[in-house]
Unconditional design. Structure first.
Length: 132
């Protein structure tokens, strides 16, 4: 990818996406060969939208395309990480995820926004733009 936008699906048993990883769901957003860890990603200066979801969650299925569209439109202004809570329960627990979808926005390792339920693209875009 030319720009620094990353759409990651975290659906493996560890937080670090080791290049030797074979587990997890494979789809167009699966970048499990990335050497970056979740903490490395959220500690950057680019705002990061983290979508905590599950495959069986109907509202999550509505939220996913909204975030994908936003990421496509905003290019390298934002990074997106998708965390499947069924596989990443430790990460979900770390951030107190009790309902899904939960959307969090990080910048430089700090949570700058958190919401539960399906969020509109305009809301997410405003959060990202305000974080820059």
């Amino acid at each position: 990818m030319k720009n620094t936008l990353l759409i990651l699906t975290i659906a493996v048993a560890s937080i670090t996406f080791a290049s030797s990883c074979n587990g997890g769901a494979k789809d167009k957003h699966d970048l499990s060969n990335s050497e970056e860890s979740f903490d490395d990603i959220i500690n950057g200066s680019t705002p990061v939208i983290v979508d905590f979801y599950a495959d069986w969650c109907k509202p999550c299925k509505l939220q996913g395309p909204i975030i994908d569209e936003l990421a496509s439109e905003m290019g390298d202004q934002v990074r997106v990480v998708k965390v499947n809570v069924d596989y990443e329960d430790q990460l979900a627990n770390r951030y107190g995820i009790q309902s899904i979808p939960t959307i969090m926005v990080f910048k430089e390792g700090k949570t700058i926004w958190k919401a539960v339920g399906v969020q509109e693209k305009s809301t997410l875009q405003k959060v990202v733009l305000d974080a820059q």
